[in-house]
Design a protein around this ligand. Structure first.
Ligand SMILES: C[S@@+](CC[C@H](N)C(=O)[O-])C[C@H]1O[C@@H](n2cnc3c(N)ncnc32)[C@H](O)[C@@H]1O
Length: 272
């Protein structure tokens, strides 16, 4: 008899999703700039203790450790942590890799100076639980810095566009791009933080000639996209529809040939 709870099954599915393809290639070849942007926004100083939530292969953890911090890179997906560990090998950084669910962090209250998450915590399905954990592990006076795709930017729109093609998520879960909505995040963090600053910025992606090239890459590297294509694999017409929808959308976010612009929300706050 299986003893796993529905939440464990959901997390198992998410772990499997993020193990698909080659997410470390997405982080390194497409969005690498975001990790450094987040570390700069968090004003990370040498000697500080930093938790990176949903760190993946270390897109933000590695720059944070290079800035001189003592960093714990935590993530649900062990294969991504492994990829990060391999990437950081030989760099002589104070960096540890720890499997952890953002909604149940295995760390004491107030045990970090800073918590960061780069397009990471947004993928934990229960937003309030994840926000509560984030706040809990930061010491009073410590800092929180988050970088999340906005609902109106390209990745937010793409996730929404793919939704009708995949089986519906379980009740009680919330869509990731809501973390890119300033008011939503202010509500999640509540009066447990002060000095909240939010700014929308755009990542300029020059990795793809056009929307089609973007899709070809994401179809083989990015878990959520791979999963959507698996869901339509036995229906060529739906697959063609999904191709067309994503390419058209990607091209809408191309202000000039060879450039895609993806909006994100950068938020910083101090733990009250
Ligand atoms: C888009 S990736 C971002 C990874 C990394 N922060 C970066 O900037 O490249 C999303 C990450 O969220 C992680 N993730 C999803 N659900 C999670 C959860 N409940 N707890 C912890 N990590 C989670 C995935 O394993 C994946 O590494």
């Amino acid at each position: 008899m299986s003893t796993s709870t529905p939440d464990q099954e959901l997390k198992d599915r998410h772990r499997a999703l993020w193990s698909l393809g080659d997410y470390p290639a997405v982080a390194a070849e497409v969005i690498a700039e975001t990790g450094q942007v987040l570390v700069d926004a968090a004003r990370i100083r040498p000697g500080e203790t930093v938790l990176d939530v949903a760190a993946g292969s270390g897109n933000a953890s590695i720059p944070a450790a290079i800035a001189g911090a003592s960093v714990v890179a935590s993530d649900l997906t062990p294969s991504l942590l492994e990829a990060g560990r391999a990437r950081a090998e030989g760099l002589d950084l104070d960096l540890t890799w720890r499997e952890a669910d953002a909604e149940a962090l295995p760390f004491d209250d107030a045990s970090f100076d800073v918590a960061i998450s780069c397009v990471g915590i947004m993928f934990a399905p229960h937003h309030q639980d994840a926000a509560d954990e984030l706040v809990r592990v930061v010491r009073p006076g410590g800092r929180i810095a988050l970088l999340s795709w906005t609902p109106t930017g390209f990745i937010g729109k793409m996730l929404g566009t793919m939704r009708p093609f995949i089986p519906p998520p379980p009740p009680g879960t919330q869509p990731p791009p809501l973390w890119g909505d300033e008011e939503h995040v202010r509500t999640l963090l509540g009066d447990r933080v002060k000095d909240v600053h939010a700014e929308r910025r755009t990542l300029r992606v020059e990795r793809f000639a056009d929307g089609r090239a973007f899709l070809d890459f994401f179809k083989t590297t990015y878990g959520p996209t791979i999963m959507a294509y698996r869901a339509v694999a036995d229906n060529p017409q739906r697959e063609a529809e999904l191709d067309q929808t994503v390419v058209r959308l990607a091209d809408e976010y191309a202000p000039e040939p060879g450039v895609l612009e993806w909006e994100y929300l950068l938020m910083t706050a101090t733990r009250a």
